[in-house]
Design a protein around this ligand. Sequence first.
Ligand SMILES: Cc1cc2nc3c(=O)[nH]c(=O)nc-3n(C[C@H](O)[C@H](O)[C@H](O)COP(=O)(O)OP(=O)(O)OC[C@H]3O[C@@H](n4cnc5c(N)ncnc54)[C@H](O)[C@@H]3O)c2cc1C
Length: 485
Amino acid sequence: MAKIVVLGAGIAGHTASAFLRKKLGKKHTVTVVAPNAYYQWIPSNIWVGVGRMTIDQVRFKLAPLYKRWGIDFRQAKALSIHPEGENDSGQPFVRIEYTDEDKRGQSDQIAYDYLVNATGPKLNFDATEGLGPNHHTVSVCSYDHAAHAWKTLQESIRKMEAGQPQRIVIGTGHPMATCQGAAFEYILNVAFEIRKRKLSHLADITWLTNEFELGDFGMGGAHIKRGGYITSTRVFAESFLRENHIKWVKRAGVTKIEEGLIHYENLDGEQKTIPFDFSMLIPAFAGAGLKAYAKDGSDISSTLFAPNGLMKVDADYNPKPFEEWSVQDWPSTYRNKDYPNIFAPGIAFAPPHPISKPMTNKNGLNIFPTPPRTGMPSGVMGKITALNIVNLVNKGEHELVHKANMGKMGAACIVSAGYGITGGAAATMTVFPIVPDFNNFPEYGRSMNYTMGEAGLAGHWMKWFMHYMFLHKAKGYPFWWLLPE
Ligand SMILES: Cc1cc2nc3c(=O)[nH]c(=O)nc-3n(C[C@H](O)[C@H](O)[C@H](O)COP(=O)(O)OP(=O)(O)OC[C@H]3O[C@@H](n4cnc5c(N)ncnc54)[C@H](O)[C@@H]3O)c2cc1C
């Protein structure tokens, strides 16, 4: 009988536990540890942030579903991993602390034979002074943040309705923040909502980004096929902003926020400020803050985790100059090399290096995006992790056959640009592969047959349809396993 413990119930963890439970015999146990009572479909938080959806439309309770599936759910946060066990016992375990009403604050430990660390990102607001919903800016990274963002945005809308101009700044809130796509969606949706209310003349909207060029999105930008010709994501992103009368500031590393004032440094090393009335800035991401201990109690966190707290897996972490980066550096199975019964799919794994070219200003400040890991790859990584563990349990140790290297995998992304059955809009983009591969695709680093983008109303319908399709899948409704990640 094997004990499998999954930490996290986001896109990677929920997908992994769903497939583990479906494919493993009932004599094996699957335990999920997650601090939140709810699953949330994060991409639709953008629509919560502009009042088009309520938080209950983007979340559902995990406990009833896991009960139905036969998964042992612990509403708790994992604190530490003990991959060699403790004292005389060699049984690996994780230490957890409950977060539910009944047992809040109590600690416990759960033994495992295989561990899936899918704890996603810690939203590291503290890395930028004054950033985040507890300080001066809002966020759309979780449903409660997004609901707060909408409340704050409504105050700005009310002021504009009373004739008062508003300065709106949306983008990245740390010199090395990623997730530009989400912020880009939000700025387009905010501009759309303001335009719908005929208040655009009172809104001064600015896109503030750490990207060297617009459309970098943490993946070094891309050339895409659009309407039969080849263009760049820079042109694609700039035209979207221009059409929406949005200004932009690029190559900007936000260092501090004060009430109504963002401080940033640019790549020329200049210290600048930009005033705001409403601002949504994405924080830096870090690992969930788990510790790891050896059998004798010594701290082995640096063996399991990179300095940013994300977990080391089967990637090549040897430092290399930008010119020598290769898709071979990227992991395929998300398996830890020192403790091969531990896996880290989704945002929880430590990338070997950035994808965008590193840029540093004369003051030594790095200003460039770290690599994004969007929902589709996170779901695929969760699924292949589950399938590999199922094979390990059933067949014993062997070379893992299920692989998902970001240099061999594509991603599809729909960037919402406004909500509405007839008036909505979105940009639909696919890139293949996610990490550019100049050996196989010497001209652009990506396949021009599969890297494309289009904009229009149909994209909105697809995004809207995907909201319901992915929630159908996550809720384990009929034939959920046939739906793509
Ligand atoms: C606003 C927004 C919009 C987005 N839109 C898109 C989009 O349109 N398309 C797209 O492809 N991607 C999108 N993304 C990215 C996508 O949401 C992420 O790629 C995806 O959620 C990553 O999945 P994950 O499972 O790694 O992490 P998450 O989904 O963040 O899940 C992490 C899980 O770990 C849990 N956890 C945290 N700490 C602990 C702990 N100590 N112990 C146990 N559990 C823990 C969390 O509670 C959560 O359940 C968007 C992201 C944001 C923020």
